[in-house]
Ligand binder design. Structure first.
Ligand SMILES: [Zn+2]
Length: 199
């Protein structure tokens, strides 16, 4: 929480700073840089921190990281303040294990536009058969049972959370990669709508 006494104080200061800076493709502010570095998607590969309008609600500003490979990831700065629960760590570790394949897909696909609305802004890679179902199937198939008292996690050299157990990690990657042609490109708006519908 940096030097702030409470979560609320920190949140207020960070929000004020974001709106004070406004839209910016290379934030140099020390408070924001130090704060956002604590996000689980931050890595040594991040070259810039940016602020842009949210494409769903244009009155809101949101933050993103630009990575060395040209990848851009929007993130919620508020999640930094949320406690990292056991389930959060599990889902992040699963996600990060397949992240290189997402990047690979992105780099090898030249037609980068949303499959639904043909927009080419804020594109995200979406799993057609949903990622959470892949995890559920995998855990059923291999009888995975989690024990909350065990620390299964470690950080990679670029600060991503991962499973300590490499065999387990690889088993999941192999399982995940049996889903062929399961990626598609959606813009953030269509992807969000899809997720809302699922709830
Ligand atoms: Zn779209």
């Amino acid at each position: 929480m940096l030097h702030f006494k409470t979560k609320i104080e920190c949140e207020t200061a960070v929000r004020a700073k974001i709106y004070e800076i406004g839209i910016c493709d290379d934030v140099k502010d020390e408070l924001l840089i130090t704060y956002t570095k604590q996000h689980c998607i931050w890595s040594g590969q991040v070259i810039k921190l940016g602020i842009e309008p949210d494409d769903i609600n244009l009155h809101y500003l949101r933050c993103y990281f630009l990575y060395l490979n040209g990848d851009k990831r929007v993130f919620s700065w508020k999640t930094i303040l949320q406690p990292k629960t056991f389930n959060f760590k599990i889902s992040q570790s699963y996600r990060n294990s397949i992240y290189p394949y997402i990047i690979n897909f992105r780099n090898n696909n030249s037609i980068l536009q949303c499959e639904i609305c043909k927009n080419n802004c804020n594109l995200q890679i979406d799993h057609i058969y949903e990622f959470k179902n892949i995890i559920k199937d995998f855990e059923t198939k291999y009888d995975v049972i989690w024990n909350k008292t065990i620390d299964y996690f470690e950080k990679t050299e670029i600060n991503h959370i991962k499973f300590k157990d490499n065999n387990f990690n690889n088993k999941f990657i192999d399982y995940h990669n049996t889903f062929i042609n399961n990626y598609r490109v959606l813009c953030r708006t269509c992807n969000t709508k899809r997720n809302i519908k699922m709830i």
